[in-house]
Design a protein around this ligand. Structure first.
Ligand code: IMP
Ligand code: MG
Length: 211
């Protein structure tokens, strides 16, 4: 079901069998289900691009990618924004920047959020997933020190979890169940970024790749 501003993936969503899609052999035994196929991610991202361009008016956008997990979403979102810029009367100049944050070990948030990089922290940020919201809130308070005209947060995923601080990004791709998800640049201890679909990791794999 799609509600007003994001697509909700229900808690009882069964997903799709792995054999119905192409999944790298080396991950076949680590995954339970494909929860968001790559094509659906792309279709939703195309629409987010349209909504963003509509709302931004003529403002220059500094698109800030939150690495590493946001890199696929960021690249694809910007490609769609570029297509709109190429083909419509209304277009906005776009520059890019990159920042790296790290807060996770295994499938748990650690209490520290480390931030590396970024030289011109200004307008729009693109992110992989918001769970508790702590990473994004830390980043937003850092960004506010640069006095940007406006900051809009675009996150592909937001998790429904009792651990949430209540923080909601400005644009959300999908609202997802409280499970550990991998693929499309989301990792478990650096593995699974090289998987196109968003999948649920099984418990065996959590042990296998534990650090
Ligand atoms: P938060 O600070 O609790 O909102 O966590 C956000 C960060 O935790 C994301 O940028 C990811 O790096 C990581 N994370 C949270 N949930 C997941 C997940 O299901 N899969 C992979 N990474 C996750
Ligand atoms: Mg990670």
């Amino acid at each position: 079901v799609c509600v007003t501003n994001n697509c909700v993936i229900a808690d009882d969503e069964k997903g799709h069998d792995l054999d119905l899609f192409c999944v790298p052999r080396h991950y076949e035994s680590d995954l339970d289900k494909v929860i968001i196929p790559h094509g659906l991610i792309m279709d939703r991202t195309e629409r987010l691009a349209r909504d963003i361009i509509q709302d931004m008016g003529g403002h220059h956008i500094v698109a800030l990618c939150v690495l590493k997990g946001g890199y696929k979403f960021f690249a694809d979102l910007l490609d769609y924004i570029k297509v709109l810029n190429h083909n419509s009367d209304k277009s906005v100049p776009l520059t890019v920047d990159f920042i790296r944050v790290k807060s996770y070990c295994n499938d748990k948030s650690t209490n520290s959020v480390r931030v590396i990089g970024g030289d011109e922290l200004s307008t729009l940020s693109g992110k992989d997933i918001v769970e508790t919201g702590r990473t994004m809130q830390t980043l937003l308070s850092l960004l506010s020190e640069c006095n940007p005209k406006m900051v809009k947060v675009v996150s592909l995923l937001v998790k429904r979890t009792p651990r949430s601080s209540g923080y909601r990004p400005d644009y959300i791709g999908f609202e997802v169940p409280d499970a550990f998800l991998v693929g499309y640049a989301l990792d478990y201890n650096e593995y699974f970024r090289d998987l196109s679909h968003i999948c649920i990791l099984n418990d065996q794999a959590k042990e296998k790749y534990k650090v």
